[in-house]
Design a protein around this ligand. Structure first.
Ligand SMILES: Cc1cc2nc3c(=O)[nH]c(=O)nc-3n(C[C@H](O)[C@H](O)[C@H](O)COP(=O)(O)OP(=O)(O)OC[C@H]3O[C@@H](n4cnc5c(N)ncnc54)[C@H](O)[C@@H]3O)c2cc1C
Length: 499
């Protein structure tokens, strides 16, 4: 692994990192794009299904839908930036530059509709929009621009001194070296690995958020972890059943075969995600299971990819798809302004690891690809022109081959149990208090190893323990149930995760 210098270092190759790298390259910067991913599937972007929302005739209604979904907690100025740039950015970057062809229906784009959207405004490609965007975008940046792409390369630590960031320590194949950058843009995605059931790839360990927080950057809204109500868990894995299925008429039924959503919300199956997720959890607890009834839809024709996925996992969709909630998205993250600037000089954050204010306490479906694209472009442009300076980088210890093989796996298992049982869909004040003491202990154990050893799995575990603690602390400090943060009164029984 060589020491490097670059004008702009982007960490992460999801939609946000690609957008930032492209914008900085177009603005004339020398750009290095590092990702720990070995395959495109190791980014949430690849997995996105429903699509990317754009503005049609009524931008004001789009803004209102975002604000409503967030229970009025989204930042109106951030929402303005998102909506006002939506159509132009999607058109310039994805359609004109990368050449993505969204589905059409003979009269133009085949706009889809999802929960809590007032009208159909979602561009999609089947129900597998993510991979149809991600792969061509990756190829475009790698082949058609001057961006240097480093695959299988993880950022372990930021190089910082007194409120300024000078680059990051990058690691590949167990070797590491500093990369000094005029600007560093974190685009490391979400935190799914902190929960036992998540729609995210298991590489989503919250690295960017942890690195930024450890360097002293502000983070915000960490308690707002979104759970998707309709994930299908099978022995061969978890897959998401897109909101678009409910948008087209899919109905939720409990173990007694009864439709229940109208009792929970006037928008029934199309209510905001947090409402549906809690209802599904409750009905599963009370009646044993919840299924998504797709008998009123021409499922195979409308959702061929999902029908295929059901077949792959041995699920007979004709008798209803068994579903349960799963961790899906983090609304909060590293605090940034309208150009992705963090509270540290020369450090930017974009995409799911950032907190722009667009989502507040809850995210409207199909707005996160858009957020990553829009903020990626704005941060990429803004990051150009900062001078590269070298300082003494933090010293990492030589790799210690004696790190117990199961150490990271066992600690991860414990951490996930705590997050699931005490910092999940429903939380209690006492559970949150207990979660903090367990997580603090766990982080102490991990820190002790980090002081004497360096390895990627250990750093991922450190990220997960830092971010878990940030979430649980933020949740404990927020005494008001709003959006994805939902407090219940009853005491939880003493949990085995504490032991
Ligand atoms: C199943 C699923 C369906 C979804 N459907 C939709 C949808 O229809 N519409 C929508 O708008 N949103 C959807 N979302 C959410 C959306 O996909 C994500 O929020 C968005 O793609 C995040 O993009 P990102 O670029 O921030 O992160 P990601 O796409 O997750 O990319 C993160 C990148 O950072 C890299 N990385 C992480 N840590 C490090 C490190 N330490 N060093 C180097 N590289 C690192 C990863 O390898 C990866 O390349 C969905 C998400 C999932 C999981």
């Amino acid at each position: 692994m060589n020491e490097r210098e670059t004008d702009v270092l982007v960490v992460g190759t999801g939609i946000a990192g690609l957008s930032a790298a492209l914008a900085a390259d177009q603005a004339g910067a020398d750009v290095t794009l590092a990702t720990k991913a070995e395959r495109p599937e190791q980014a949430s972007t690849w997995w996105a299904q429903g699509g990317i929302a754009v503005t049609r005739d009524d931008p004001e209604q789009f803004k209102q839908d975002i604000l409503d979904a967030s229970a009025g907690t989204a930042d109106p100025e951030a929402v303005e930036v998102l909506v006002e740039n939506a159509t132009d950015t999607v058109s310039d970057v994805l359609v004109e530059t990368v050449g993505i062809e969204f589905d059409t229906n003979g009269e133009g784009y085949d706009f889809g509709r999802e929960a809590a959207h007032d009208e159909p405004r979602i561009l999609h490609i089947n129900a597998e929009t993510g991979k149809h965007i991600h792969v061509p975008f990756l190829n475009y940046v790698a082949d058609e621009t001057d961006v240097t792409v480093l695959e299988g390369t993880a950022a372990l630590e930021l190089i910082r001194h007194e409120g300024r960031v000078y680059g990051a320590i990058l690691e590949r194949d167990g070797e590491w070296a500093p990369t000094f950058a005029g600007s560093t843009i974190l685009a490391t995605g979400g935190i799914g690995a902190l929960y036992p059931r998540s729609t995210n790839p298991d590489t989503a360990t919250g690295d960017g958020i942890a690195m930024a927080a450890l360097a002293g950057a502000e983070v915000d809204d960490m308690e707002y972890v979104q759970f998707h109500p309709t994930a299908c868990h099978t022995d061969s894995g978890t897959f998401l059943v897109s909101e678009a299925v409910r948008g087209e008429g899919g109905l939720l039924r409990n173990g007694d075969g009864e439709r229940f959503m109208p009792e929970y919300h006037e928008d029934a199956e199309l209510a905001p995600r947090d409402v549906v997720a809690r209802a599904v959890k409750t009905e599963r607890e009370q009646t044993g299971e919840v299924t998504l009834d797709v008998s009123d839809i021409d499922f195979e024709a409308e959702f061929p990819d999902l029908a295929e996925k059901c077949a792959e996992h041995g699920v007979d969709w004709e008798t209803g798809i068994p579903i349960a909630p799963a961790q899906h998205f983090l609304c909060g993250g590293i605090s940034v302004d309208d150009r992705g600037r963090t509270t540290l000089d020369n450090l930017y954050a974009v995409g799911e690891c950032s907190r722009t204010g667009v989502h507040g306490a809850n995210r409207l479906a199909s707005t996160s690809l858009l957020e990553g694209l829009v903020w990626g472009q704005r941060a990429g442009e803004d990051a150009v022109g900062n001078e590269i300076e070298r300082i003494e980088p933090p010293e990492l210890l030589e790799r210690d081959p004696d790190l117990p093989g199961n150490f990271a796996r066992d600690k991860f298992r414990r951490l996930r149990r705590v997050m699931d049982e005490m910092v999940g869909i429903e939380r209690t004040p006492s559970g949150l208090k207990r979660s903090q003491s367990v997580l603090r202990r766990l982080k102490g154990e991990v820190d002790a190893y980090v002081r004497t050893r360096t390895s990627r799995s250990l750093y991922e575990l450190r990220s997960a323990s830092v971010v878990s603690l940030l979430i649980s602390r933020a949740a404990a400090e927020n005494e008001q149930s709003v959006g994805c943060h939902y407090l219940v009164d009853e005491e939880t029984v003493e949990s085995p995760a504490e032991q």
